[in-house]
Design a protein. Structure first.
Length: 153
C-alpha cells in the first residue's frame, strides 16, 4: 500500500540518512511507485539539492575511513555497489586520499583491530591473517608491508 506521492516517500527516506540516486530509485520502486512519478521526484529532489551523488559519496567514504570500514579498493567497491558513477568514485577517492593518508589510517586500523600486535614476534600464520584482513579493507600490499615493518621496530 502506497503512503503518499513518490516525492513524499523520498523525503521520508532522505530524512533518515543521505542516499545515492540509485538507492533511492530502488527503494521507491520496491514501495510500488510508478516510473514516471519516481523520475519526476528524483529530478525535483536534485533541483532542490536534497539528492546529490557526489555529496553522498564524500560523506559515505569519509565515514567509512573514520570508522575503519575500508580504504581504497574497498571504498571503490562499496560506492560502486551503491550506484555511484565511476568518475565521482575516482574524484571522491582522490579527495579521501588527500584528507586521510593511507599509512596513518592503516596504522590506526592495526592498533584498533590488533592491539599489541608485534610483527617481529608473530608467527607467519598470524602475519598472513593480519595482511589478508588489511587487504580486504582495501589497503595496498606495499603500504601494509611498510606499515608492518614500522610496527616491528
Amino acid at each position: 500500500m502506497l503512503r503518499g506521492t513518490p516525492f513524499d516517500c523520498a523525503l521520508r527516506v532522505l530524512a533518515l540518512r543521505d542516499h545515492s540516486e540509485w538507492e533511492l530509485r530502488r527503494k521507491l520502486k520496491e514501495k510500488g511507485h510508478d516510473e514516471a512519478g519516481i523520475e519526476e521526484s528524483l529530478a525535483r529532489l536534485k533541483g532542490l539539492g536534497y539528492l546529490d551523488d557526489a555529496r553522498f559519496a564524500r560523506s559515505f567514504a569519509a565515514s567509512a575511513v573514520r570508522n575503519g570500514r575500508g580504504y581504497g579498493a574497498r571504498l571503490r567497491l562499496e560506492l560502486s555497489r551503491r550506484g555511484i558513477a565511476a568518475a565521482i568514485v575516482q574524484e571522491t577517492l582522490a579527495e579521501i586520499g588527500e584528507e586521510f593518508g593511507e599509512a596513518e589510517v592503516l596504522s590506526r586500523t592495526i592498533e584498533r583491530r590488533y592491539p599489541g600486535f608485534d610483527p617481529s614476534q608473530a608467527t607467519e600464520k598470524e602475519k598472513r591473517r593480519v595482511v589478508a584482513y588489511l587487504q580486504r579493507k582495501g589497503f595496498t600490499l606495499s603500504v601494509i608491508l611498510a606499515g608492518l615493518r614500522i610496527h616491528s621496530i
